[in-house]
Design a protein around this ligand. Structure first.
Ligand SMILES: Cc1ncc(COP(=O)(O)O)c(C=O)c1O
Length: 229
């Protein structure tokens, strides 16, 4: 960060001058480094402000219909609970699985909670309150057997555990830079497939624009409208 501020402080992905090219390359290198750190080479990693924004991008990016259901747990941080509770206003039901007295989640309870109408399961990888580590690989197995998407909140696991999103088999993985010795105001949304509608569109997110419409850029760029951190 110091090197950036002193030597090539230019807007990423915008200018054609030398410093902008250096900043752009270094930004993309940083993204690749983070991607391989979480075993996410085969997916798409959009840089966000934090975990909360990454989860919000998933909530906003899926086409919800009345009658859809979401399963989550009572172990969640507010950032992985309130966005789902708010979906109730749009006719989406939220099923909350409770842990036992020791803070452990019984997978059988989660399996029962997943019904035909369930579109997504959203669970924390490691609880910020109890330290409980959830068996996310097994949860991914349950989800995929039923054609349900899995979002994992990795805000606490990325700094404390080896994480391999490909091995977990989740669809979305959300985390924060500031919890893993990175800069405040950075986070990540890793997607197995870039199948979400972007939260914002604008500069940097498009391939071409005419007065009649626009074509979004492929890959991560479509999720990073505006000047990145
Ligand atoms: C498990 C968990 N999820 C989500 C968050 C929210 O992270 P942020 O404030 O970086 O969006 C936190 C923050 O403490 C957390 O511990």
């Amino acid at each position: 960060m110091v090197e950036y501020d002193l030597r090539y402080r230019a807007n990423v992905g915008r200018g054609v001058h030398r410093l902008a090219a250096v900043a752009t390359h270094r930004y993309r290198d940083a993204r690749d480094a983070v991607k391989s750190f979480i075993g996410g080479e085969d997916g798409t990693l959009a840089v966000t402000r934090n975990t909360t924004e990454a989860i919000g991008a998933v909530v906003a990016g899926l086409a919800w219909q009345r009658g859809d259901r979401v399963v989550t747990t009572l172990l969640e941080h507010h950032s992985n609970l309130l966005p789902w509770l708010r979906l109730r206003e749009r006719g989406v039901a939220v099923d909350i699985v409770r842990p036992d007295a020791d803070g452990r989640l019984d997978l059988a309870d989660l399996e029962v909670a997943v019904r035909d109408e369930t579109r997504l399961v959203a669970v924390t990888h490691a609880s910020n309150v109890l330290g409980t580590v959830l068996p996310v690989r097994e949860i991914a197995g349950i989800c995929h057997d039923r054609g349900v998407r899995l979002l994992v909140d990795g805000a606490q696991s990325v700094p404390h555990l080896p994480v391999d999103v490909a091995d977990i088999g989740c669809d979305y993985f959300c985390f924060s830079g500031h919890k893993m010795l990175g800069p405040t105001g950075t986070g990540g949304l890793w997607m197995r497939r870039p199948d979400l509608e972007p939260l914002f569109v604008g500069g940097g997110a498009v391939e071409s624009v005419t007065a009649g419409g626009y074509t979004l850029a492929p890959g991560e760029q479509r999720y990073e409208a505006g000047t990145p951190p």
